[in-house]
Design a protein around this ligand. Structure first.
Ligand code: ARG
Length: 586
């Protein structure tokens, strides 16, 4: 089988489009719209004829009949059975012969590196603000961002992972004031409690500024001094950032997340003036009550809600920094695409940013605008359906959350499998504990809110990380028992066709893997991958119960083992793409 059959759905799209162009009545605007079909009717369905016929005032049944005749004569479709259905659909069923060839060709050879080869993609994720601990609000950007960046690399992109930390905000005016008022010895700080201390100092500083205007003025003076390069203030600022990032890194290493760059807001502090001047000179930004703003007058909502890029006191802000950041990523990384992973409340900001960049870059005659994408997500809710909080109403610290998950996983796995060594228990607890948090997040459509539930995410039944990890471990056990490596290619002397309903269903599910990857790449929504992996694992479980492997004749043994190997490979790849550590034993 030719390698361009890897993604069957997309290959069918190409074929049906090409066939249609040889038929009277179709034109170049026809889109076959191949969909994965209800298994009772087939594997795929050509859906596009109906819409096309309607739009062009033609008879859909007639058009699809012509298309069907052409398709039946087409050699490449000889291993598919085709039939007309309903008012103008074509059902496609892959024959057992097709499935055997497909599985045999692509087992261990699902390579998508061509899909994004040559593309440079900057992905901006996690990006917390410094001087504070990471809390549950920082969970999703880290998890979703990590998964997406893995997927992009897997599909061949040159990915640049940039942690755009908020390290130059107004919080530093207050913090520096508080540090100085307390004569707080910043050099002697204990790294274990440092962030607690900074949070306390910040709270006390805020309380002061609310009490008395003079403190507010003092905090502002400290901020201005910092921004002007005052050495003492810079030293305090730098210590706070170093300590903060150190704490972030502990979480990143626990969660297996890493970055190529940490170019936070402070990195752009000497690059923002150029932006304001340029935008003003190009007539894109205008003065408005002392501030500098960009109006998008053609836009329904933004026409009277301008994008503020310099405040009336002359200070730049989040927007100015982000404009400078786009320019930097374009000039230095030659980014084809820039992806931002933040919560949904920043949608307006990014829409205005993208509109502004579009006008700005086209005014600069930059021909190839980087594609800008905002990958946003909803809120993590508690079991009561409200934003998740501790009992005392504070944000839950990420460190506590992760530690608790690992501890709960440890209890479960020790109970389930008391005979393993403590080193093994620890390894499994870590994979299950961190994996459960990640999977619970990624398996939800990211634009929805979701309810955080320990019981659900740590359950071994249902669409969860433990379920998938267990499925993987089970296949490993089989290979261990046979003393055969699950990696490397098997070249069986003979291999029977897939005959049992479970074999056929499993092979068909494997065929959907590449189109699932294509789908996730398109929407940047990992939950479709989760659903797919869960269905594959369930299909495998059914197959494994009903189809014997050991003790069958060689040709049956080989075809079933090949299925096991392929399923293992896809499940492991899938878990890797979700950022979840895999286990051979559980
Ligand atoms: N620091 C910001 C926050 O905590 C997120 C930054 C996202 N990236 C960006 N380029 N704006 O909300």
């Amino acid at each position: 089988m030719e390698t361009n059959w890897l993604d069957v759905k997309s290959k069918l799209g190409t074929i049906f489009y090409a066939l249609s162009q040889k038929i009277d009545g179709f034109d170049k605007d026809f889109n076959p719209e191949i969909r994965v079909a209800d298994p009772r009717f087939g594997d795929f369905q050509v859906n596009g004829v109906l819409g096309f016929a309607k739009k062009n005032k033609k008879n859909p049944r007639e058009l699809s009949e012509k298309l069907l005749i052409k398709a039946k004569q087409f050699e490449d479709l000889a291993d598919c059975s085709l039939e007309l259905s309903g008012p103008g659909f074509i059902n496609i069923r892959l024959t057992s012969d097709f499935l055997r060839q497909w599985v045999n060709t692509f087992c261990g050879r699902c390579n998508f590196k061509q899909w994004l080869a040559g593309k440079t993609i900057v992905i901006d994720y996690s990006s917390p603000n410094t001087a504070k601990q990471m809390h549950v609000g920082h969970l999703r950007s880290m998890i979703i961002g990590e998964s997406i960046q893995r997927l992009l690399q897997f599909c061949g992109a040159n990915v640049i992972r940039d942690n755009h930390i908020g390290d130059w905000g107004t919080q530093f005016g207050i913090l520096i004031m508080a540090v100085k008022r307390e004569n707080f010895d910043i050099t002697a700080i204990d790294s274990a409690t440092a962030l607690d201390e900074f949070e306390r100092l910040y709270r006390e500083g805020v309380a002061l500024t609310k009490q008395d205007q003079t403190f507010l003025n003092e905090a502002r003076r400290e901020l201005v001094a910092l921004q002007k390069g005052d050495l003492e203030n810079l030293r305090i600022w730098e210590t706070i950032n170093t300590v903060s990032y150190h704490a972030f890194e502990k979480i990143y290493s626990q969660m297996d997340v890493a970055f190529d760059y940490v170019l936070g807001e402070s990195f752009y502090r000497d690059k923002v003036d150029r932006i304001c001047n340029e935008l003003e000179a190009l007539g894109i930004a205008e003065k408005n009550q002392g501030a500098l703003v960009v109006f998008h007058r053609e836009h329904e909502r933004f026409k009277d809600q301008p994008f503020l890029i310099r405040k009336s006191d002359g200070a730049s802000n989040y927007a100015t920094t982000d404009l400078a950041t786009v320019l930097y990523r374009w000039e230095n990384f030659r980014a084809d695409t820039i992806i931002y992973v933040t919560d949904g409340r920043q949608q307006d900001h990014f829409q205005q940013l993208f509109l502004t960049v579009e006008r700005w870059f086209s005014a600069k005659n930059i021909p190839l605008l980087p594609q800008l994408k905002h990958v946003w997500f909803g809120t993590v809710l508690g079991e009561d359906g409200r934003a998740i909080k501790t009992r005392s109403g504070e944000s839950i610290k990420l460190k506590q959350l992760i530690d608790e998950s690992i501890a709960r996983a440890r209890t479960i796995v020790t109970e389930k499998n008391p005979d393993l060594s403590s080193v093994e228990h620890e390894k499994i607890a870590h994979a299950v504990g961190t994996g459960a948090i990640k999977y619970a997040d990624l398996s939800q459509n990211r634009t929805n809110d979701y309810i955080f539930s320990w019981d659900k995410m740590l359950s071994f039944d249902g669409n969860t990380a433990p379920y998938l990890l267990y499925a993987v471990a089970r296949i490993h056990t089989l290979f261990q028992r046979l003393d055969i490596s699950p990696h490397g290619r098997r070249e069986p002397k003979s291999m029977a066709d897939f005959l049992t309903p479970e074999e056929l269903a499993l092979a068909r599910k494997l065929v959907d893997f590449p189109s699932t990857i294509a789908q996730v790449l398109n929407d940047l929504k990992p939950h479709d991958l989760c659903t797919y992996l869960f269905e594959l694992a369930s299909e495998f479980s059914t197959f494994y119960k009903a189809n014997r492997i050991i003790g069958e004749t060689e040709d049956i043994f080989e075809k079933r083992l090949l299925l096991c190997q392929f399923v293992l490979h896809v499940l492991e790849t899938g878990l890797y793409l979700l950022g979840i550590e895999r286990l051979e034993k559980m």
